[in-house]
Design a protein around this ligand. Sequence first.
Ligand SMILES: CC(C)(COP(=O)(O)OP(=O)(O)OC[C@H]1O[C@@H](n2cnc3c(N)ncnc32)[C@H](O)[C@@H]1OP(=O)(O)O)[C@@H](O)C(=O)NCCC(=O)NCCS
Length: 154
Amino acid sequence: MMMIGSIATLKTDFMAEFKKPLQKILGEDATPNLSVWENVGKNTIEIQFWVIQNGLSRMRFSLTRMPGCCGILVSHGTSVGYDLRNKGLGSLMQNMKEWIARRRMVGKMIATTLEGNEAQNHLMQKFNWKRTDMFINPKTHNRIIQWEKHLSNN
Ligand SMILES: CC(C)(COP(=O)(O)OP(=O)(O)OC[C@H]1O[C@@H](n2cnc3c(N)ncnc32)[C@H](O)[C@@H]1OP(=O)(O)O)[C@@H](O)C(=O)NCCC(=O)NCCS
C-alpha cells in the first residue's frame, strides 16, 4: 500500500520538480514558496504556493481540504500577475496542483470559475477538468461554473 510521505519531503520534491521550469519562464531571481499547514487532529490541510520576484508576489494558488472529506481538495485563489500572463505560468500551476494532490493521495480536486473568465475556463478544459454545473450566485449575481477533476483510476 502506498504511504503519504512527510510534508518536508513533499516540499523538497516539489522544488526539485518545479523550480527549474518556473525559473525558465520567470528568470533565476524568482523564488517559489510552498507552505503546508496540516492539522491531523482536525483533519484539515491548507496548502499555499506563491512566487516572489523583485519583492513582489507574482503568482499564487491555494489548495484546501474539503471539510468532511479528506479525499477532496478545493483549488482556489489562482492568479498570475497581469504582465506575466500567457507565458505558461497558469498551465505550470495546473501541473503543480495535480502533482501535490496525487502526492497527498487525494482522489478529486474541485474548483469554481466565473463564466466569463475565458482564460481560466480554457485552462480547465485543457487540463481535462469536467464541468459539472453552472449556477447564479444569489449574493453577487455572478454566473459560476463548477468543475471537478478525478485523480484516482476508478
Ligand atoms: C487565469 C490565469 C491564472 C491564467 O494564467 P496564465 O499564466 O496566463 O496561463 P497560461 O499562460 O498557462 O495559459 C493561458 C491560456 O489561456 C488562453 N487564453 C488567454 N486569454 C484567453 C481568452 N480570452 N479566451 C480563451 N483563451 C484565452 C491562452 O491562449 C493560453 O492557452 P494555451 O495554454 O492553450 O496556449 C490568469 O489569466 C489570471 O491570473 N487571471 C486572473 C485571475 C483569475 O482569473 N484566476 C482564476 C480564478 S478562478
